[in-house]
Ligand binder design. Structure first.
Ligand SMILES: NC(=O)c1ccc[n+]([C@@H]2O[C@H](COP(=O)([O-])OP(=O)(O)OC[C@H]3O[C@@H](n4cnc5c(N)ncnc54)[C@H](OP(=O)(O)O)[C@@H]3O)[C@@H](O)[C@H]2O)c1
Length: 293
């Protein structure tokens, strides 16, 4: 069921065209985020930007991290206008020293971080026949090392407080090697497995670890037509679902449900069938060249 535009409230939140589920889950968010100190990487655009705006509108204190300073400043202003406290840091997640400096700034300002969301990532195609190692290296540096550089510096302070939530934004692409996606699928799989091990290690220390696996979400990363993107959802719906998954300390959260179902079906296909079926289903036509989105 869709909510008609004229019943949409004028504060930040689910908007015209969003599903009833979005409004229901947003309402269920309650007061959890009020006063929480939250770090979000990849906050200049797409999922990270919208999550920052949503959490700020629920009273969170958000530290926004990305490379593009001007965009970050706009998001920071939007967070303050939405009712939250915000600060932004221009940093490259692939730079471990820069991310330690972000940690120092956040702990210096707020004393602790309740939630750290490693969301910054690079997407794109890297087809086997013309595989680019340089592009692959970038995927590894940003998606794999970037996630570790973001989360690991906060672990000692969370363990000392016996509180905190570490979150990584992986993808449903993590569960099978998709066509022309050796770089993307493999680095997203690495993120999921990395987070799972951290989760096991930190459970007794009172620190929750959540692995988020979105299907297709409307962001600049998916603003192209190089392959099919079934069940693509608005970014606000994605933010509400991520926020709820963090609140509920979900271990791994896969969404939206039709894509989760397709992912399970896809995983159960035997290799000989998968190899023949998936290139056709993906909708990639003809030659694709290596590029990041
Ligand atoms: N959109 C989808 O359908 C979808 C589906 C599954 C998973 N995901 C995952 O969701 C995450 C966010 O994607 P999105 O769709 O929101 O994409 P997006 O709109 O392109 O945003 C990517 C964000 O990552 C930041 N970023 C990239 N490289 C960085 C670096 N080296 N250091 C710091 N920040 C960096 C970008 O900021 P700067 O360029 O300013 O640094 C930007 O804020 C990614 O991890 C992606 O893999 C997305």
């Amino acid at each position: 069921m869709r909510i008609p535009a004229d019943v949409v409230r004028d504060r930040p939140g689910c908007g015209p065209g969003d599903s009833a589920e979005c409004f229901r889950k947003e309402k269920a968010m309650g007061d959890f985020w009020r006063g929480r100190a939250v770090v979000i990487t990849g906050a200049s655009s797409g999922i990270g930007k919208d999550l920052g705006l949503l959490l700020a509108s629920r009273g969170a204190r958000v530290a926004l991290v990305a490379r593009r300073r001007e965009l970050l400043a706009e998001v920071e202003a939007g967070c303050v206008a939405a009712g939250g406290e915000a600060v932004s840091f221009a940093a490259d997640v692939a730079d471990a020293r820069a991310m330690e400096a972000v940690r120092d700034e956040v702990l210096g300002r707020w004393g602790f971080a309740d939630v750290v969301v490693a969301n910054a990532g690079v997407g794109g195609l890297n087809p086997g026949a013309t595989f680019s190692l340089d592009l692959h290296r970038r995927f590894v540096e940003v998606n794999c090392m970037g996630l570790a550089n973001t989360l690991v510096p906060f672990i000692p302070s969370m363990v000392a407080r016996r509180a905190g939530r570490l979150v990584g934004v992986s993808s449903l692409a993590a569960f099978r090697g998709l066509p022309a996606a050796a770089s993307y699928s493999s680095t997203k799989a690495q993120q999921g497995v990395f987070l799972e091990s951290l989760r096991v290690d930190l459970r007794q220390a009172g620190v929750a670890v959540t692995s988020i696996h979105p299907g297709f979400v409307e962001t600049p990363m998916t603003d192209h037509d190089e392959f099919r993107m079934p069940f693509k959802i608005p970014v606000r719906r994605s933010s509400v679902l991520i926020a709820r998954a963090i609140e509920r300390r979900r271990r791994a959260y896969l969404y939206p449900w039709p894509m989760k179902l397709l992912t399970y079906l896809n995983r159960s296909l035997p290799g000989w069938l998968y190899d023949r079926l998936i290139p056709r289903l993906s909708g990639q036509s003809g030659h694709v060249s290596a590029r990041a989105f």
